[in-house]
Design a protein around this ligand. Structure first.
Ligand SMILES: NC(=O)c1ccc[n+]([C@@H]2O[C@H](COP(=O)([O-])OP(=O)(O)OC[C@H]3O[C@@H](n4cnc5c(N)ncnc54)[C@H](O)[C@@H]3O)[C@@H](O)[C@H]2O)c1
Length: 323
């Protein structure tokens, strides 16, 4: 499909990935309505768009059944990214994933149905596979839930599929590994840098350091995301978005310390194969479906980590903006 002269609404537009989606859409000539409650998003990620006649930010909640459809008037395509993106958040608050991710997605679908918008791109997660037994993990692997976050994303995918059947929606659903890059505001690189600042010379690492994870730079990820949307024309498409490689947590810590110029750091492992309950000890997705459309990741994981560290060191305000 072509985006020329289209209008898109991006939920979670002020977030890490959402703000990059906004930039890409504007670069493609799309008119964009950003929709965000700024719970974890940063207006600074969108400040460079001040005065852009093709962009406006609506400060609103996806759970708001009046404001959301109002913001969708005249829209052709919805990019739904707003969510609780913190996998561990569900342990502190057992309602957050259900409300923000599953009910929130249903509210987005209902707003679309009521306003006649039929196309949606949705950011799901590798977490929906739980702890799979097949690696790299293909899209048709059974979904077995080990976290409320994964469960909420799987349920959201299923509501979207149902709307494709019932109401003739067209959907692109993306199961992401952990992304890195500019505007990165949460995750392992963020946590390790904060810890290194608080206690130079020592780094607490959750788990025993052997967990293996795949990561992808956000630029590569969005190349894949838009390749899929432009080339896959089925009623509902699901794509893994990941990397051909993975690193264990100790190796990730090594690259972070080296990039941050932290020498002689002593690692203190909390122990156990998992960093926390619901953490998968091995994440490596099969990306051949997306590769068959001509997409390839360009950056290695160490290079993506180095760029992320450089970005956070140049933007220290962000390290203080989120816990
Ligand atoms: N970052 C990753 O590596 C990663 C991996 C897998 C999946 N995802 C998914 O990608 C999406 C974006 O993640 P991110 O890393 O950019 O997270 P983020 O926290 O930076 O962005 C989420 C955005 O949604 C907004 N938001 C949250 N709840 C909202 C609500 N109720 N109403 C309106 N806006 C709301 C926040 O203010 C924020 O701007 C999420 O759906 C997340 O689950 C991210």
């Amino acid at each position: 499909m072509s985006f020329a002269s289209q209008c898109a609404l991006v939920t979670g537009a002020a977030g890490f990935i959402g703000s990059h989606v906004v930039d890409r859409l504007l670069a493609m000539g799309v008119t964009v309505v950003g929709y965000d409650n700024l719970s974890t998003g940063q207006e600074r990620f969108l400040r460079h768009l001040d005065g852009n006649p093709r962009f406006r930010l609506v400060r609103g909640d996806i759970l708001d059944e009046a404001a959301l459809p109002a913001a969708m008037a005249g829209v052709d395509f919805v990019f739904h990214l707003a969510a609780n993106a913190d996998v561990r958040g569900g342990q502190r608050n057992p309602n957050i994933d259900l409300e923000q991710n599953t009910v929130g997605t249903h509210r987005v679908l209902e707003a679309m149905r009521k306003t006649g918008v039929r196309r949606i791109a949705f950011t799901s997660s590798a977490t929906v596979y739980g702890e799979p037994t097949v690696f790299p993990t293909p899209e048709d692997c059974p979904l077995i839930q080990t976290s409320t976050y994964g469960a909420s994303k799987a349920a959201a995918e299923e509501f979207i599929e149902a709307y494709c059947e019932f109401y003739d929606f067209q959907a692109w659903m993306f199961r992401f590994v952990s992304f890195l890059g500019e505007r990165y505001p949460h995750g392992v690189v963020f946590d390790f840098l904060k810890k290194l600042r608080a206690t130079p010379g020592e780094l607490e690492i959750l788990g025993d350091g052997t967990a293996r994870k795949s990561y992808l730079h956000v630029t590569d990820a969005l190349d894949g995301f838009f390749t899929a949307i432009s080339k896959a024309d089925g009623a509902k498409s699901i794509f893994n978005v990941g990397n051909t490689e993975y690193l264990d947590v100790r190796a990730v810590a090594d690259v972070i310390c080296e990039s941050a110029g932290a020498r002689g750091v002593r690692y203190r492992f909390t122990g156990g194969a998992r960093g926390w309950k619901g953490d998968s000890p091995f994440v490596h997705l099969d990306i051949s479906r997306l590769q068959s459309l001509g997409w390839r990741p360009q950056l290695t994981i160490p290079e993506a980590i180095r760029r992320t560290v450089a970005y956070l060191q140049a933007n220290e305000w962000l390290l203080g903006a989120r816990k």
